[in-house]
Design a protein around this ligand. Structure first.
Ligand code: HEM
Length: 497
């Protein structure tokens, strides 16, 4: 266990609070964009096509970016206060570059009206657009800034950990697979951090290639690239980003849940095999986004099908089993922190299951580009990742006793969870009724029942979003109240380091 003095821990805590507060400001703003989109689809307001796609682009990119950044910052704090020293100067550099990228994106979309969606589907951002070329250029540069910041952050954390634990193979837990006794225990959070961040690095490098190709196209319109190659790069990047955000959060569930159950959660052979398998499969699962691209080689479509199934099983199964063994007869007191973790794991399982359903080729023929797609990723992001992040923020702001007694936080939490699941249910129902995704509204659909069902579901969704926002702000009240009063920082925080 790393020995840091209280001043260093306070500095790390201040750093993660800067991230936390930024997240708490940006998150409801991005939800508001989602609410506006649903109100437009429900024909309650008139945004117009241009504005809708502008908001959709900022919402998609913003949510994915802000959740990954917050998950990374939380891991940074836990790693940097428990397992290896991390350079705070570099941490703040990453923070400011990310902030710059976010401001650039907000300007390009809200002012420049850039509306090509998160994946900038080539050659969409360059051909027949209704926004000026500078906003395409600014979006690309802003995304490059984000990528550079994230790559620097990952390299620093993985390098520091590799130095501490004697190389990358040790971080992956391979020393557990040999016959020799393990000299130094590897905390699961360290292994999962590595297994999240290294594929992340590969994906960000692919994203960088994609973005630079787009930048060259921006400066030299005569260029022409292979659209399928660019789509592969974009989805490899996007799919992996969302997956590793989830895995980063799972890392701190392994580290923090034992503090509430009083049981150790250690690395062993089964854990190493499972997570290492996920490391490989995660890289190939994205092919399931390209089933409808018939020019894609057939072998890759099969690879997508198998990798999607296989990437979902080992890490998920082993984690669910671990959570059950942590909790079963543990006499845990159900404070807000373990509650967020448990319900977050449920969100992960439900969203993961519906993702696997959609990645099944026979089913994808029907559900492709219906609202089922946003349904599945909103499930594991909004009722998985977001809950894990709130669990972490409660951990930062509350003592163990406070989090047990905080009834306000629990009321906010349940309102949020109910609102979020009901909101997502409108997406699932839409998917099952063949309501297409990414439609600004459903007025142009010639089948009357599809039009009216889509609009009605969007209206119901708007009410659910109102409910989840009330829950969210109640949780904010509880967090800020405790932060204002201050709390004793635990110096020896974990049982399994
Ligand atoms: C209460 C919170 C949220 C609301 C109200 C909301 C609402 C929406 C809506 C209405 C759409 C458009 C769906 C369509 O017709 O295709 C959408 C798309 C999307 N949302 Fe959310 N969302 C929320 C949370 C999140 C979260 C937590 C994430 C995290 C990754 C996220 C990421 C996205 C992405 C990536 C898209 C797809 C954009 C695209 O197709 O280009 N959203 N959201």
């Amino acid at each position: 266990m790393l020995q840091l003095n209280s001043i260093d821990i306070k500095k790390q805590r201040k750093f993660v609070l800067v991230w936390g507060i930024t997240f708490l400001i940006v998150f409801p703003l991005l939800i508001t964009l989602g609410l506006l989109m649903r109100l437009n689809q429900g024909e309650e307001i008139q945004l117009g096509m241009d504005r809708f796609y502008t908001l959709m682009t900022l919402h998609g990119l913003g949510m994915a970016g802000v959740l990954y950044s917050m998950a990374f910052a939380a891991l940074w704090y836990l790693i940097g206060t428990r397992h290896t020293k991390l350079n705070l100067g570099l941490g703040y550099f990453v923070y400011f570059v990310v902030l710059l990228g976010v401001i650039g994106l907000a300007y390009a979309t809200l002012i420049g009206k850039f509306g090509a969606g998160w994946y900038l589907l080539y050659p969409l951002p360059f051909k027949g657009t209704n926004w000026p070329a500078w906003s395409t250029g600014l979006s690309i540069v802003s995304l490059i800034l984000l990528g550079v910041a994230w790559i620097i952050g990952i390299l620093h954390v993985v390098y520091a950990l590799a130095k501490e634990y004697g190389g990358l193979t040790n971080l992956l837990g391979w020393q557990y697979l040999g016959k020799k006794n393990v000299q130094r225990e590897l905390p699961p959070i360290v292994m999962i951090t590595t297994i999240s961040l290294v594929p992340g690095l590969i994906a960000y490098l692919a994203g960088a290639v994609f973005l630079f190709m787009n930048l060259f196209q921006h400066f030299e319109p005569a260029l022409s690239f292979d659209a399928l190659l660019l789509k592969n790069l974009a989805f490899f990047f996007g799919h992996t980003l969302v997956n590793i955000t989830l895995y980063c959060c799972i890392g701190w569930v392994y580290a923090l849940l034992p503090e509430f159950t009083g049981r150790e959660w250690k690395t062993n052979k089964v854990l190493v095999y499972s997570w290492n398998a996920t490391f490989v499969f995660i890289l190939f699962a994205y092919f399931h986004h390209l089933y409808m691209d018939f020019a894609q080689p057939l072998a890759l479509q099969y690879a997508g099908q198998f990798a999607s199934y296989l990437s979902a099983i080992p890490a998920t199964a082993i984690t669910m089993f671990g959570v059950i063994t942590q909790l079963y007869h543990s006499k845990i007191k159900w404070g807000i922190i373990p509650l967020t973790f448990l319900i977050g794991v449920a969100g992960w399982a439900i969203g993961g299951f519906s993702a696997v359903v959609d990645s099944t080729i026979a089913i994808n023929k029907v559900l492709h580009n219906t609202l089922w797609v946003p349904a599945h990723f909103h499930t594991y992001m909004l009722t998985g990742v977001v809950l894990f992040i709130f669990g972490f923020l409660f951990y930062l702001s509350h003592t163990k006793e406070e989090q047990e007694k905080d009834k306000t936080a629990k009321i906010g939490f349940w309102l949020f969870v109910i609102g979020a699941h009901c909101f997502i249910a409108t997406f699932y129902t839409g998917g099952m009724n063949s309501i297409p995704r990414r439609y600004a509204d459903y007025k142009g659909i010639p089948i009357n029942s599809t039009h009216t069902t889509g609009a009605l579901l969007a209206q119901i969704a708007a009410i659910c979003i109102g409910l989840l926002l009330i829950g969210l702000f109640i949780m904010y009240g509880s967090i800020f109240n405790k932060l204002r009063k201050g709390k004793n920082i635990p110096m020896v925080p974990s049982t399994n380091t």
